[in-house]
Design a protein around this ligand. Sequence first.
Ligand SMILES: O=C[C@H](O)[C@@H](O)CC(=O)C(=O)O
Ligand SMILES: [Zn+2]
Length: 276
Amino acid sequence: MEQRYHNSQKEVKEMNTAELREQFLVDELMVKGEIKFTYSHYDRVIVGGAVPTSGKLSLENFPMLRAEYFLERREMGVINVGGNGKIEVDGNTYEVNKKDCLYIGRGSKNISFSSASADEPALFYILSTPAHKEYDTKLMKESDATPVTLGAAETSNHRTIYKYIFADGLQSCQLVMGLTILNTGSVWNTMPAHVHDRRMEAYFYFDLADDQTIFHFMGEPQETRHITIHNNEAVISPPWSIHSGCGTSNYSFIWGMGGENQDYGDMDPVKITDLK
Ligand SMILES: O=C[C@H](O)[C@@H](O)CC(=O)C(=O)O
Ligand SMILES: [Zn+2]
């Protein structure tokens, strides 16, 4: 498991392209036949990807967690963005197909991931946060989420938001998770941008054509920087940073947060004309 430590606002201002990418971009997340993890020290959120092919992939423990097993003191959210797949949690099997979300509660011990087809494998995107108590492991199908439409074609940000793990959805200790789908011709996400000093956020971009890119904007609202992102890559957003993107075509992304509260609406918006 790779570790990413904190960076101060002052430090980030001074970073060049390579340094920004090294600190905040999480690439090589979806690797066939592997589970990959990156441990961020912002709210101790672990970002991961699991791509099972012909066999099952089991969730292993990591010595750096100093735990008996991965979810001894943690909870986990998983969203599939690939082919049909299954997740087994302590003997129960859940069908987690594209855009379905499984919340896995603290205390769950034996977890494994599998794909229905090795040729079209499931792509499981994983977030894990520290948890103080156990909530039920529960599946939310895409069709059970309540979509909310935001933005407009005129401002190139017409998009639909699906919330899965949050105060009024799947219950968790602190994890918040969902996804956003941009309409064809819309390329801007999260504009107007916002910060939420109470929560870090991670974005995972998917369903972007292989020959396209997304300019992901980060940094303090008056000190913005960008990182270019390709399909199936994630980016870490410190609590004090904006997180917004503009693609060279439309795309979808999973957002997820850990921290002080689970109130999706807790955002301090930044006026578009105040961004620098
Ligand atoms: O704090 C919330 C997150 O930044 C995202 O949910 C925003 C988002 O998906 C969007 O506006 O498209
Ligand atoms: Zn946000």
